[in-house]
Ligand binder design. Structure first.
Ligand code: MSK
Length: 652
């Protein structure tokens, strides 16, 4: 690149998004003089000291900033080193993320208990097979018992896992491969109770308690495992029991799913309990008629963030977009109500909604937003509350002003639970991961990568996610997705079977034979636990080593922004996965911490958590990792490619 090219590149403003719908709405916002997260990020420069882990804010002697000449050797007033400060930061961030996912899981457990005891009549156990499978894992007897009896005991055992009264180890630790469990036990990483690990992390990161970086980060791993193999896994399982285990269905994504002539309602946040009822209320014939009486053609429901994923996976409700679309949806002027519960809800929504006619409705007893209407959700009168909310949105239809809905949608297929993938690969009578293992062994599929997590306005929206999906499937690497990263692929048309046309020959052959897309949408953020289950079952199937760390797999969180993502990344690493985060390294100055989470964890648990903002380098890192694992398994030699004939298809 010439000097003048270099100068031109520097002078060009940063691209905010690769999504044309977002660009259109940003233009509308700018014309109206309305700020968004995309504009505020340019006005707010991150503090360079805090951004790289050199600031400790834990006590009133500080904040201490370890900067300037000889910064690496400096300490805080109490004597804390960069290593201690960085390890405390990571452990607290992990605990924050685990608390969020697990509190979500606990609420689902409470709802299941209420249902089983007949106190929440709007719900019922929808997947009894799954209830019995979960009961078996928890060693709860089912023979001859009433479904609600079993459900009550499962719910109570789940609550015991949160409280730490289920025994010395969380119930689901037993789902990991035996070798993995042994590693966790050897290093004292087995979580004892979800709450206990979060509390202990908060205690140990107090000033004057744990000061050894490796020891602190071990607790970070243990806490994260209480999420991945505890709180989040329970949230997924109990949601499947209550609301149904997802199966593939078609839908669409992006702001174009909003309808000009209908009452548009958006559910946003994370928990499926209320949104399930909103789905029912929006289809209620009486309310549909009521909407028509107000001049609308009907009621249109859409989602944002992980609530979107919950209702997409089970009902095909279309996502209007990912994290950075929440303001843009309101800016269309077409949203009568945005119903939020917990997590990832920007406080800026409230003043923004007041500039339009949108009603922002908070529903969780845990989360109020100044300026929003609070209508508290109570599972004992769930459908009633949902109907009240939908009616409020219908009443708001007449207040609409100017509407501009960008005409962009991506077709998608979602709903790949681990149970369905198992069935899809093996068929009804031989449900199994065998075909996947065989195709990894024969090299048609080189490996698998999870591309998960958020958007972050500090990087171009969707760019890293879409680039990595393309490049990986081209290299015969199967991609699985959750969270807002899955929405990104949905918006850009990557979650369809047609995407197999851009996949490598080997992956395409398998996708054609099975009839699946090369990019599988597995659900919401808590559903990353489905990936842990799949990895364990692939190990159990045989032929690819005896632990998760032996598998040719990796995980990438290209556009992360929050603590929950760090918690997920840590439990994946602690389970033996190579994990790369984009954006920036929040502990870059704490070199000892960086080394522990990469080389140290590789030696200890066979996984790593590393940060790399350059997407090409990320690609190189994960493909290198996959090839190294193939070599270690002795399956790296290129085999003569034999195209699938009828017999091979039948066998698959
Ligand atoms: S919603 S945590 S922005 S993925 Fe789960 Fe999206 Fe990240 Fe929130």
């Amino acid at each position: 690149m010439s000097d003048s090219d270099e100068t031109k590149k520097k002078a060009e403003p940063r691209k905010k998004t690769i999504d044309p719908a977002a660009l259109e709405m940003l233009g509308r916002a700018e014309a109206a003089g309305i700020g968004t997260v995309f504009s505020r990020v340019d006005e707010m420069k991150p503090c360079p000291i805090g951004a790289s882990g050199s600031c400790c804010q834990l006590c009133a002697m500080g904040p201490c900033r370890l900067v300037g000449k000889g910064a690496a050797e400096k300490t805080g007033i109490c004597g804390a080193t960069h290593a201690t400060i960085g390890a405390r930061y990571m452990t607290r961030a992990i605990a924050g993320g685990v608390a969020a996912h697990s509190d979500h899981g606990r609420d689902i457990a409470r709802t299941l208990l209420a249902v089983a005891k007949g106190h929440a009549g709007s719900y019922q156990v929808k997947d009894t097979d799954k209830l019995y499978r979960v009961a078996a894992i928890m060693h709860i007897a089912t023979e001859g018992r009433d479904v609600n009896d079993v459900a009550a005991e499962v719910a109570q055992r789940a609550l015991d896992n949160f409280n730490g009264t289920a025994g010395d180890e969380l119930s689901y630790v037993s789902r990991a491969p035996a070798k993995r469990q042994a590693i966790w036990r050897k290093y004292g990483l087995v979580p004892r109770g979800v709450d206990r690990e979060v509390v202990e992390s908060m205690h140990r990161t107090n000033v004057g308690v744990d000061q050894d970086a490796e020891h602190l980060l071990d607790q970070g791993m243990r806490t994260s495992l209480a999420d991945g193999w505890g709180g989040a896994m329970l949230a997924t399982d109990l949601s499947d029991i209550l609301f149904g285990t997802p199966k593939p269905l078609v839908s669409q994504a992006n702001l174009g799913v909003l309808k000009k002539d209908e009452v548009n309602i958006i559910v946003h946040g994370h928990e499926p309990t209320l949104s399930e009822m909103i789905v029912a209320a929006a289809q209620d014939p009486e309310l549909v008629e009521y909407a028509k009486s107000k001049g609308a053609a009907g009621i249109n429901l859409a989602g944002i963030c992980c609530t979107a994923n919950e209702v997409l996976m089970r009902h095909g409700i279309p996502p209007a977009g990912n994290f950075l679309h929440q303001e843009l949806a309101i800016i269309t002027g077409a949203v009568e109500g945005m119903i939020v519960d917990v997590q990832c809800v920007l406080q800026a929504l409230s003043p923004l909604a007041q500039k339009f006619h949108t009603k922002l409705i908070t529903t969780s007893p845990k989360a109020k937003i100044p300026g929003a209407t609070h209508l508290e959700f109570d599972e004992t009168r769930a459908l009633e509350t949902a109907k009240e909310i939908v009616r409020m949105c219908i009443d708001n239809f007449q207040n609409r002003g100017d509407v501009a809905i960008p005409d962009y949608t991506g077709d998608l297929v979602a709903g790949f639970s681990h149970e369905y993938i198992n069935y899809m690969l093996g068929g009804r009578y031989r449900a199994s991961f065998r075909p996947l293992n065989d195709n990894i062994i024969n090299g048609r599929i080189q490996g698998a990568v999870a591309i998960v997590g958020c958007n972050n306005p500090r990087v171009t929206q969707d760019e890293g996610i879409v680039y990595l999906v393309h490049e990986l499937i081209k290299r015969d690497i199967l991609v699985v997705q959750t969270g807002c990263a899955a929405h990104a692929s949905g918006k850009h048309g990557l979650l369809t079977p047609e995407t197999m046309q851009i996949a490598g020959d080997g992956l395409r052959e398998v996708c054609e034979a099975v009839g699946m897309p090369p990019v599988l949408h597995l659900g919401s953020c808590v559903d990353n636990s489905r990936i842990m289950t799949i990895l364990s079952q692939v190990v159990e199937e045989g032929g690819l080593g005896d632990d998760i760390s032996d598998l040719p797999v990796a995980a990438i969180c290209p556009e992360y922004y929050c603590e929950k993502a760090l918690a997920i990344g840590t439990y994946a690493a602690a389970s033996g996965v190579f994990v790369v985060f984009g954006v920036r390294n929040p502990v870059a100055d704490c070199t000892e911490v960086v080394d522990i989470m990469s080389n140290g964890w590789e030696q200890k648990v066979g996984g790593q958590l590393v940060f790399e903002p350059d997407y090409e380098k990320i690609l190189e890192m994960v493909t290198g990792r996959i090839q190294a694992k193939r070599q270690a398994l002795g399956i790296h030699e290129e085999k003569e490619r034999v195209l699938f004939d009828m017999a091979a298809r039948r066998e698959l």
